[in-house]
Design a protein around this ligand. Structure first.
Ligand SMILES: *Cc1c(COP(=O)(O)O)cnc(C)c1O
Length: 390
């Protein structure tokens, strides 16, 4: 049976060149930049309504009109999306910003929001006939990919930096993936994946090197609007590695406005990175369109150890269009504020999630966030996977 997908085509994010959607695609062939997915939003708006959503399934698949999978049988479901949005009243009181909310992505299957992107990318790759999947990853993405590949019954090849914490390696192996440890960074792992793509025809599901992970992650934007009664907060703070979620949410806001689900009021988007790997913060401050790779990337927040992002220009564009900010914080502060978030909310965050609280406190101090503003922190993963840090 067909889904209600209104998918029409793919479009190069840099040049606008269009491509057909129903074949396996990685980067745009002539520019080497990410492809974005486009829909017939006028048609989508006929059935994706505030009313119709009230009776839909509690997962990200509730937004199927604006998702790429066409065939219901291809959808791989393990429990992704429709995560809770907590009004963190005690935390807000403690830091002097009462309207503080935590979107808890740690409850996704495999313990992080990577499940959103990989459920979409693997479902779509499976639908389009991919035979074997491959990914370079510093942690959570590999676990999520391994889970969805297992659900589909597809072989999975994972390349990880050798110093990745044990828990991430074990998760992939036990889910049946072929795991190779690489002496280097995630960028070096990406090179290995490319070799496998050329030699064996694997399909590379690296973030933004295929069009659909960002479609999975954009559902955070839809959920946020729906959970806030079709309004958006003043500020969203997002721990940024490859930037997939930030780019995705910004895209979701555009789509929702075109469908008449929200008005034009947009949040200010804030990127937070570790001061041991902050290529986006540096590029934002320098006014650059693209980011230089960060040398010697090091942070305990594995999801933020991304020295170079293919979607750099899309992250920077969203930050600037939203009148947002970019801020680097220390690993020590992340670990300290993880405890604060835990004690005041009951959510045990990944260090990446704790980084958003550090950023909020600093931006409140600077007066960039006003005490009466509504702020959403994205806790992107569960602290349980990082128990070795404390
Ligand atoms: C991957 C990851 C991030 C960064 O996500 P992007 O959308 O790639 O920027 C943040 N937090 C955690 C826990 C992650 O696994």
């Amino acid at each position: 049976m067909n889904t209600r997908s209104t998918l029409t085509h793919l479009e190069c994010a840099l040049t606008g060149t269009t491509y057909p959607a129903d074949q396996l695609m990685n980067l745009a062939p002539e520019s080497g930049k990410p492809l974005l997915t486009r829909y017939d939003l006028a048609r989508a708006a006929q059935t994706l309504t505030k009313e119709s959503l009230k009776t839909r399934e509690p997962s990200l698949w509730r937004y199927e009109e604006v998702l790429p999978v066409r065939n219901r049988e291809a959808i791989l479901r393990l429990g992704e999306g429709w995560t809770p949005l907590h009004h963190a009243e005690r935390l807000g009181a403690a830091i002097g910003c009462p309207n503080t909310f935590v979107k808890d992505e740690g409850v996704n299957v495999t313990g992080s929001f990577k499940a959103r992107g990989l459920s979409m990318a693997v479902s779509r790759a499976y639908e389009l006939g991919a035979k074997e999947l491959a990914i370079p990853s510093a942690g959570n993405a590999a676990g999520a990919m391994s889970a969805y590949a297992a659900a589909a019954g597809l072989p999975a090849h994972v390349y990880m930096p050798a110093d990745v914490p044990h828990v991430f390696q074990v998760e992939c192996k036990e889910l049946g993936a072929q795991v190779t440890l690489v002496d280097g960074l995630i960028t070096d792992c990406g090179v290995k994946v490319q070799e496998g793509v050329k030699a064996h025809g694997w399909f590379d599901v690296s973030t933004l090197k295929e069009p659909y992970r960002v479609e999975g992650k954009k559902t955070m934007g839809y959920e946020l609007a729906e959970q806030m009664g079709w309004t958006l907060p003043d500020v969203i703070i997002y721990p940024t590695g490859g930037g997939t979620g930030l780019i995705g949410m910004w895209k979701a806001f555009d789509e929702m406005e075109q469908m008449g689900l929200i008005d034009g009021q947009r949040p200010r988007m804030v990127t937070v990175q570790s001061d041991g790997c902050a290529p986006m913060v540096r590029a934002f401050e320098q006014g650059d369109e693209f980011a230089e790779p960060w040398q010697g990337a090091a942070t305990v927040a594995d999801g933020l150890r991304v020295p170079a992002a293919v979607g750099d220009f899309l992250i920077l564009r969203a930050l600037r269009e939203s009148h947002g900010a970019a801020i680097a914080v220390s690993d020590d502060d992340m670990l300290h504020y993880a405890r604060e978030m835990g004690r005041y909310t009951g959510v045990f965050p990944a260090p990446e999630g704790a980084a958003t609280l550090v950023a909020q406190v600093k931006l409140l101090e600077r007066g960039w966030i006003k005490p009466d503003e509504t702020v959403v922190l994205f806790n992107t993963g569960s602290g349980l996977k990082y128990a070795h840090l404390w």
